[in-house]
Ligand binder design. Structure first.
Ligand code: HAM
Length: 414
């Protein structure tokens, strides 16, 4: 026998119910975003590697360890996108979406790639639905973005805690950075190897380290909220007021820093206790557009991890009832059954035509096996009388009805 080829480690097939759950989650989020007047943007899956090193930051785990990078045939450095924000910003600048002076509300959906150690809720190819607002500094936008995350959780009936923080701006963050480095230097020897290296280059990352000894040190570190300038303080206060006005529950976590470097001011994460992971996350990135060569443009957004949300969705809405059409006889009956199946579908009824030959008993068994709710036999007698047995495969009850009556009965159930 030939060797069987498996999926690549960290990559998955989504089959049957899993695929249905995927669509369910994505559709719910899309509906919420469309209601909020976000427009879809469909982005390429690959970008030049430097887009990500320059935006996410070269001292982050994503860029240091997790990017799928390669050279194309022209020797250019390319990466499978690890996230969507950088691509949206690149598209915003490249297509001059700022030119008409309106702010832009864009959303995207698709695969992201990170070479992480696979585990439950962590894959090397995963999917995000993300939304970005470009061109406003108004804290109303921060509150609305967090409210959308809250709406997604409520709509999917998922419990998660919304944690928020402010990471300050170019004015106030350097002072905090200095205070943080001073504190961390006193504990240099106790930090993990990665964090010792991060100490001078990217000390905020240390607050996000998952190593136990680093976590203990981080718990006593100075808090960024004590160092915010007046502008950032006011912005943060307004965001919290608006969230309260919207009845969005949140907790403040002064050590929340996020895993990407482009953030400023508001950041947030929706953390699921059940999963022990963040399911939706985002924040402001007021300098990123400018850093990538565009005009100064404050912006913010979030991304929802589809697989993580899928793990927490308990129930899917039932499918429409399925009717199984069984041709019984010869060519004539097959052609009539073919036409009847088509008619039912045109009426919006989920219909499958039997491709099986053989005894009715076997046909009914097959119908039950594929989860059909009803079966209709199309035989010579039925065609002559214009009446067909509609068999309920759950109750075994059978009614003799005209095609019109069958359609009405099934439509009333859908
Ligand atoms: P992120 O926190 O890196 O942010 O990812 C957002 C979400 O994607 C996470 O909360 C998680 O649900 C999901 N996720 C991340 N990595 C994996 C993985 N390996 N397997 C499964 N799910 C995963 C961003 O990507 C930012 N671009 C969000 C943003 C948009 N900020 C502003 N705008």
């Amino acid at each position: 026998m030939s060797e069987k080829i498996k999926t690549v480690r960290g990559f998955r097939d989504l089959i049957g119910e899993e695929a249905r759950k995927y669509r369910f989650v994505v559709e719910k989020i899309r509906n919420i975003l469309e209601k909020n007047n976000f427009e879809e943007i469909i982005l390429p899956t690959v970008e030049y590697t430097k887009l990500f090193t320059r935006s996410i930051g070269d001292a982050t785990d994503i860029v240091e360890k997790e990017m799928f990078t390669f050279q194309d045939k022209g020797g250019r450095d390319i990466a499978l996108r690890p996230e969507g924000t950088a691509g949206v910003v690149r598209a915003y600048i490249e297509n001059k979406l700022y030119a008409d002076g309106t702010y832009k509300k864009l959303y995207y959906e698709g695969s992201m790639f990170r070479h992480e150690r696979p585990q439950k809720g962590r894959y090397r190819e995963f999917h995000q639905v993300g939304a970005e607002v470009l061109g406003t500094i108004n804290p109303l936008a921060d509150a609305e973005i967090i409210k959308i995350a809250d709406d997604i959780l409520k709509t999917l009936q998922i419990e998660a805690t919304i944690e928020i923080n402010s990471l300050g701006c170019k004015k106030c963050r350097p002072k905090y950075r200095e205070a943080l480095i001073n504190y961390l230097r006193q504990h240099r020897e106790e930090l993990c190897e990665d964090c010792q290296r991060r100490l001078e280059k990217n000390p905020l990352r240390i607050l996000d380290c998952k190593v136990e000894t680093c976590k203990v040190i981080a718990q006593k570190a100075p808090k960024i909220t004590d160092y915010l300038c007046d502008e950032c303080k006011t912005h943060y206060r307004q965001v919290k007021e608006y969230l309260k006005a919207l009845n969005v529950e949140f907790v403040e976590n002064p050590y929340l820093v996020r895993g990407l470097d482009y953030y400023s001011k508001t950041v947030f994460e929706c953390v699921s206790k059940e999963l022990g992971k963040t399911v939706i996350a985002g924040g402001r990135y007021d300098y990123l557009v400018e850093e990538l060569g565009g005009p100064p443009t404050p912006a913010l957004g979030f991304a929802a991890g589809v697989e993580r949300l899928m793990l927490l969705v308990k129930e899917l809405p039932p499918k429409k009832p399925l009717v199984f059409i069984i041709p019984f006889g010869g060519e004539k009956e097959k052609i009539e059954a073919l036409k009847i199946a088509e008619k039912l579908r045109q009426e919006g009824i989920r219909t499958e035509l039997s491709y099986r030959e053989g005894k009715l008993k076997k046909q009914f068994e097959y119908a039950a096996k594929i989860g059909a709710d009803f079966a209709v036999v199309v035989g010579e007698n039925e065609l002559q009388s214009g009446k067909f047995p509609l068999k309920n495969l759950h109750t075994r009850e059978q009614k003799i009805l005209t095609l019109e009556e069958i359609i009405q009965t099934l439509k009333n159930l859908s």
